[in-house]
Design a protein around this ligand. Structure first.
Ligand SMILES: *[C@@H]1O[C@H](CO)[C@@H](O)[C@H](O)[C@H]1NC(C)=O
Ligand SMILES: *[C@@H]1O[C@H](CO)[C@@H](O)[C@H](O)[C@H]1NC(C)=O
Ligand SMILES: *[C@@H]1O[C@H](CO)[C@@H](O)[C@H](O)[C@H]1NC(C)=O
Ligand SMILES: *[C@@H]1O[C@H](CO)[C@@H](O)[C@H](O)[C@H]1NC(C)=O
Ligand SMILES: *[C@@H]1O[C@H](CO)[C@@H](O)[C@H](O)[C@H]1NC(C)=O
Ligand SMILES: *[C@@H]1O[C@H](CO)[C@@H](O)[C@H](O)[C@H]1NC(C)=O
Ligand SMILES: *[C@@H]1O[C@H](CO)[C@@H](O)[C@H](O)[C@H]1NC(C)=O
Ligand SMILES: *[C@@H]1O[C@H](CO)[C@@H](O)[C@H](O)[C@H]1NC(C)=O
Ligand SMILES: *[C@@H]1O[C@H](CO)[C@@H](O)[C@H](O)[C@H]1NC(C)=O
Ligand SMILES: *[C@@H]1O[C@H](CO)[C@@H](O)[C@H](O)[C@H]1NC(C)=O
Length: 772
């Protein structure tokens, strides 16, 4: 269909070259900017449908020109005024240079570093999530406008944080499918700023599709790892975030991962890529992760030649390759008959459609507010305040022995800050961090409250493999009123291409904490930095440790927020979005993708939904300076299914499940037909404590019987509310049983169990029945 240029177009083309000189100021960036362009090129005619415009553009390109569009660094086509384009820009929690598209070398020299995603997630505040994404997008668009960034960004990372060792878990919203799905939707909506007609301010990308969450472990590496995933786990753990990101967030990009999924490279999983396009309505482009095509032949030896790899991915539905592999081998793939030009045209249509939705070729429309963003819209006071909010709302208070914190109203003459990260601003961002506007270290934050604050590192760095420096730290600690020990992780322990091997504090950090806490006048405060869970069992029990705070990677305002919390100017309210496992969990092979436990091989299962072993802190754990209590104001006692829409199975006929309570468990066959089951739960939250504060209500459900294969419990809704001291706030949580209470069977089909279910708010329970 696009193999040859239709005749009228061909002649128009010649005409155009005569009529419109390529003025260097406008045309190289916006081929359709001049008034005559729409006459000459149908692709410049904005009255035409996007697809028609994209088809027209494709039809103008030669094969060689087309091939040069298939890399993240796409070539210019000067004869059409088509500029070169770098597809790869990154903006996970602020603009950063992990991709070549973002540059800090022009009029913009820094951008707001928001906290790493795992901390922002801990706020469980949808509004905040969207506002942060919107702010990042404003800075991104400003950078684009001044020529320092692209329009297509490869965030968010919405893989489930399945194993506590995962080096990139920090980039994700945690382990719970509902939380991750909700975050994905808010991020993409806030970031893309889609108008009613498919127009985009920027493009966001749901990555890494799919079942990607291992960097390097015991000989397995992400480039060659074959994730063996059951249909059941795929349906109710790994895919929900991607489905939401597309169906509700309308993401315009999907990135296929390095790893294989059940023996087939992710970028060659035609069935899964088709599912996204056909079943979920994905309209956008699919990029490979970087070099994810090259490795199919070179490292996975899945294909037997480079050309076959090209065929595998283009026929599966991938559109663009991060890397140069397609540039190098697509021509010969055609020559060898592995693919046809139409396979390339298909990909180009997706790529150009996204470009057109971004308005990249058209004249800049000045009535669009985002075209006016520039260097004064980066590092703004508003964005800084939002970064402060994100860090405040995410920080988690893990221990507060005898209400040791806050240090308010107590006479604090001197404070010692001990730990290698205490005076380090580089550490605050975690991975995918750019250049911060005005970072505040932990030390500086505390110094703003207490002038007499002394810093000693104790260890040379986070690896802390020497006790050299302990003596000085001990002396300082002994003579200070209060002591904060800054411990935890850094990118030398967990990052892209680097998983942890232990969940304990690195090196001799534990020894440092215990040594210091043994000599101080009062209990110490232990501050934990890092994305992954840390086994700090030793510190939970130790009475010399009065408080434990987890601050994730708090972004550039970390020091200020920590001080606000220490001194009671902010009442902490974050909740852990991941289970904190004990060190013994490292016996579980990281490469085992099963979510569900298997007692026959002592496999404990993963995440709060399936793991029933010991924890250091549970998913959703987090203290406040106040105490909150709940009441169910209203919740259903019975949900009745209308019979015609369902097919019933008696549990006795389904050997997967073990009947334990005498009820007949029945499944609904077609879960899309249970719309009429939607309900809401109203809850009151009373604040007993001495401070006003926010609180996240986490509503879980479990089936009353303990069924194998079924989650122990499942988060079905959350709502963050502010409640003043001595007052009550009411919240309403909406539940869609099809979406939230259903669980996949072994074949990966959604099922809803009938019978007794229990709604859970901490220790408070409410039983209800689903009946047919
Ligand atoms: C643009 O497309 C519309 C709709 O097909 C058509 O009516 C119009 O003439 C075209 N404009 C130009 C300048 O070709
Ligand atoms: C910034 O760096 C890019 C890539 O190295 C270069 O092309 C560009 O000219 C530089 N811009 C400035 C203002 O130095
Ligand atoms: C790591 O790999 C080795 C060799 O393949 C294997 O013997 C060992 O059991 C693995 N370790 C774990 C914890 O699975
Ligand atoms: C993949 O194989 C190529 C060619 O043998 C090699 O150069 C490269 O280092 C390998 N990459 C990985 C990630 O193993
Ligand atoms: C903290 O770090 C800064 C910047 O590296 C350095 O100038 C300062 O001396 C350090 N402060 C202390 C108390 O070590
Ligand atoms: C940490 O410090 C030690 C010296 O105590 C040094 O050998 C090591 O290279 C440092 N590690 C990192 C990651 O900087
Ligand atoms: C400390 O760790 C670094 C690497 O992180 C290593 O190079 C160094 O040899 C270690 N030093 C000791 C004393 O173990
Ligand atoms: C919160 O409750 C605990 C246990 O019931 C109690 O010891 C503590 O004093 C309460 N704290 C506040 C701030 O009300
Ligand atoms: C289900 O398991 C919970 C703990 O996991 C236990 O307290 C309860 O008694 C069990 N219920 C049934 C019906 O076996
Ligand atoms: C949620 O975040 C927004 C944006 O920061 C904030 O205005 C709002 O107060 C937060 N909600 C609660 C209950 O904390």
């Amino acid at each position: 269909m696009f193999d040859e240029i239709p005749k009228p177009l061909g002649s128009l083309l010649c005409l155009l070259l005569l009529l419109i000189p390529l003025s260097s100021s406008t045309l190289p960036n916006r081929p359709c900017a001049s008034s005559g362009a729409a006459n000459a090129f149908p692709f410049c005619n904005s009255s035409l449908p996007l697809l028609t415009r994209a088809e027209s553009l494709v039809s103008l390109l030669t094969l060689d020109e087309k091939i040069k569009q298939l890399s993240n660094t796409a070539d210019a086509v000067p004869r059409l005024g088509l500029p070169a384009y770098e597809w790869w820009s990154e903006a996970l929690h602020g603009l950063c240079t992990n991709g070549p598209g973002v540059l800090f070398n022009g009029s913009i020299r820094a951008a707001t570093v928001f906290p790493q995603v795992i901390l922002t997630a801990a706020s469980f505040n949808r509004t905040l999530w969207r506002e942060v994404a919107r702010a990042i997008a404003e800075e991104a668009r400003a950078m684009h406008n001044v020529g320092q960034a692209g329009l297509t960004f490869w965030a968010p990372n919405i893989n489930i944080f399945r194993d506590p060792r995962w080096g990139r878990g920090q980039e994700t919203p945690g382990e719970d499918p509902l939380t991750v799905s909700t975050f994905a939707v808010e991020y993409v909506k806030g970031f893309q700023h889609e108008d009613g007609n498919g127009g985009l301010m920027l493009s966001a990308c749901c990555k890494h599709f799919t079942a990607y969450d291992l960097e390097k472990w015991n000989g397995s590496a992400r480039y060659t790892f074959n994730a063996k995933v059951t249909e059941q786990d795929m349906e109710d753990t790994f895919q929900p975030p991607f489905k939401s990101c597309i169906t509700e967030g309308h993401a315009s990009c999907l990135m296929c991962a390095h790893n294989q999924v059940n023996g087939i490279p992710s970028c060659a999983r035609e069935d899964l890529l088709n599912q996204a396009r056909n079943d979920w309505g994905f309209e956008g482009y699919i990029t490979s992760d970087c070099d994810a095509v090259a490795i199919i032949y070179e490292n996975q030896t899945y294909s037997s030649s480079p050309e076959e790899s090209i065929a595998d991915v283009l026929k599966a539905g991938m559109d663009i390759n991060c890397g140069t592999y397609l540039l190098r081998h697509t021509k010969s793939a055609i020559e060898k008959g592995k693919i046809e030009e139409k396979d390339i045209n298909r990909a180009l249509l997706n790529l150009f459609t996204v470009q057109l939705r971004l308005g990249r070729f058209d004249a800049e429309q000045n009535n669009q507010w985002f075209n006016h963003l520039g260097h004064t819209d980066v590092c703004t006071e508003n964005h800084r305040n939002l970064a402060l909010e994100a860090t405040r709302q995410g920080l988690v208070l893990l221990k507060n022995e005898n209400e040791f914190l806050p240090l308010k109203g107590q006479k604090v003459e001197s404070i010692a800050v001990i730990g290698p990260a205490g005076n380090d601003t580089d550490i605050l961002g975690g991975d995918y961090t750019g250049i911060p506007c005005r970072p505040v270290s932990i030390l500086e934050g505390i110094q703003d409250y207490i002038e007499n604050t002394i810093y000693v590192p104790g260890c040379q760095n986070v690896s802390c493999n020497s006790t050299f420096g302990f003596d000085l730290a001990t002396d300082i600690a002994r003579n200070s009123d209060y002591v904060i020990v800054v411990a935890g992780l850094s990118l030398t322990e967990e990052t892209e291409d680097l998983d942890r091997v232990s969940l304990l504090l690195p090196g001799k950090q534990m020894e440092l904490v215990n040594t210091i806490s043994g000599v101080t006048k009062r209990p110490i405060v232990l501050l934990l930095i890092g994305g992954g869970p840390i086994d700090v069992s030793f510190a939970k029990e130790n009475k010399d440790i009065g408080g434990i705070i987890w601050i994730g990677y708090p972004g550039e305002v970390g020091g200020q927020v920590l001080a606000e919390v220490l001194f009671g100017d902010y009442n902490p309210d974050g909740r852990l979005p991941i289970t904190w496992y004990p060190e013994s969990f490292t016996n579980v092979p990281m490469s085992d993708m099963n979510m569900r436990p298997d007692p026959s091989r002592s496999y404990p299962g993963r995440t709060y939904r399936f793991y029933t072993g010991e924890t250091v802190y549970k998913f959703g754990y987090g203290l406040s300076y106040s105490n909150f209590s709940y009441k169910f104001l209203s919740a259903p006692d019975k949900l009745i299914l209308s019979l015609p829409s369902i097919e019933l199975f008696h549990i006795s006929k389904i050997p997967d499940y073990v009947r334990t309570d005498g009820l007949d468990h029945v499944y609904i066959k077609d879960i899309s037909s249970c719309q009429d089951l939607k309900f809401s739960v109203r809850v009151s939250v009373f604040n007993h404590g001495g401070m006003n504060g926010a609180h996240t209500v986490l509503l879980f459900v479990r089936h009353r019987s303990n069924l194998t294969d079924y989650p122990v419990k499942q988060l079905i809704g959350f709502e963050r509310v502010h409640t003043n001291y001595g007052e009550t706030t009411e919240v309403e949580i909406f539940v869609d049983p099809c979406k939230h209470i259903s669980v996949a069977n072994k074949q990966g089909k959604r099922r809803l169990l009938l019978g007794a279910h229990v709604l859970m708010l901490e220790d408070l329970e409410h039983e209800f029945y689903i009946q047919a």
